[in-house]
Design a protein around this ligand. Structure first.
Ligand SMILES: [Zn+2]
Length: 100
């Protein structure tokens, strides 16, 4: 058996055949440390054999870290102006009246 087949065999037998879709659904619970032990093992095994899901998990970790760095408070003025303009344009299309 080559390495790929061994890894797939281990993932399928020990990992209970977790699919990429199931993996993605478990990522939030994994990051919150809310997985059961059995699910955690399946998660780790899938992670070990699936580069795509490894990449996805790393991106999620980076995203969570960056969101944690955001400071609370109102958005900067250029963003508020843009939001106001977009909202007025949206409201105008809904009411059929020009935006004020
Ligand atoms: Zn995967």
């Amino acid at each position: 058996m080559d390495r790929d087949r061994i890894e797939r065999y281990l993932a399928d037998t020990l990992g209970g055949n977790l699919t990429c879709r199931e993996f993605v659904e478990l990522v939030t619970d994994y990051l919150d440390e809310a997985l059961t032990f059995g699910r955690w093992v399946q998660f780790q095994l899938h992670l070990g054999v699936c580069p795509g899901c490894r990449r996805y998990l790393n991106q999620m970790k980076v995203t969570v870290r960056r969101l944690g760095d955001l400071r609370p408070g109102p958005p900067p003025e250029p963003v508020r102006r843009e939001l106001r303009q977009r909202f007025q344009a949206w409201a105008a299309t809904r009411s059929g009246e020009p935006a004020r």
